[in-house]
Design a protein around this ligand. Structure first.
Ligand code: ADP
Ligand code: ADP
Length: 227
């Protein structure tokens, strides 16, 4: 179970500007939610509040019915994939994916099992011994996704994971993410983009943010089909 519930969530930055006013949203376990909206409307802010990288100024965030406002990021059962891959440059692909499990003192055998399973899922098995610099941008982004997968998070957050890739890689990596969604149907996925094609192909529900509020929520067809 990993429902994510936002109730009257608000964000005021230290400069006193209120960038999100009153966000109310019920995300069901296994749902793929995509936040869209113009640059600066608060998509990243919202994602960072869910992950715990940013304080919540008002309202409540619940995961699984538990209030998370003051729970540290590492204890929220969440993994985040950013637009810049931020891999450890001196570590192999294998070690990049294994690192967080080593920190968590997972046994060597379990680490090996989880890393190889994620590598298989993301077609990274032939590259496990390589350093990040010997990979393409798309492969690096898959390693970043692999690092998130190995911890078996209940909730995945994606902040424009494709925006640094060229057009062809963007399509290929988008399909990887669609496969990920199919192979982890119980994981809740929350994804930020300004790309309508990404939103339409990946989302179960699209949430349109504008002016610090939710302007519209609906399936891709409901939002983008104009009969
Ligand atoms: P988006 O991801 O939709 O482009 P952001 O969440 O990055 O939007 O930003 C929302 C608004 O909050 C913008 O006006 C941005 O300038 C402002 N903002 C973001 N981070 C900070 C910060 N640390 N301090 C003050 N304002 C910020
Ligand atoms: P995005 O690509 O999400 O639109 P931005 O360019 O808005 O990102 O912001 C990049 C970084 O700068 C973010 O980490 C954000 O927190 C910070 N930032 C954005 N606007 C402000 C601001 N007005 N004051 C302080 N920090 C800001």
């Amino acid at each position: 179970m990993a429902d994510v519930k936002l109730t009257h969530v608000k964000k005021i930055y230290s400069n006193k500007v209120e960038v999100l006013h009153d966000i109310n949203l019920d995300i069901k376990q296994g749902e793929f939610i995509v936040f869209v909206g113009p640059s600066g409307c608060g998509k990243s802010t919202l994602l960072r509040m869910i992950s715990g990288l940013e304080d919540i100024s008002g309202g409540t965030l619940e995961i699984d019915g538990k209030v998370m406002n003051d729970v540290p990021p590492a204890l929220r059962g969440i993994a985040m994939v950013f637009q810049s891959y931020a891999l450890y440059p001196h570590m192999s692909v294998y070690d990049n994916m294994a690192f967080s499990l080593q920190i968590a003192k997972t046994s060597k055998a379990d680490i090996d099992k989880q890393v190889r399973k994620a590598a298989e899922m993301l077609q990274l098995t032939p590259y496990l011994d390589r350093l990040p610099k010997a990979l393409s941008g798309g492969q690096r982004q898959r390693v970043a996704i692999g690092r998130a997968i190995v911890r078996s998070p209940q909730v995945f957050l994606f902040d424009e994971p494709l925006s640094n890739l060229d057009a062809a890689l963007r399509v290929a990596t988008r399909m990887e993410i669609a496969n990920l969604k199919d192979s982890m149907p119980d994981s809740t996925m929350i994804y930020v983009t300004h790309d309508q094609v990404e939103a339409m192909t990946l989302a179960d529900r699209i949430v349109l943010l504008s002016g610090g509020n939710i302007e519209q929520v609906g399936s891709p067809l409901e939002l983008y089909e104009h009969p």
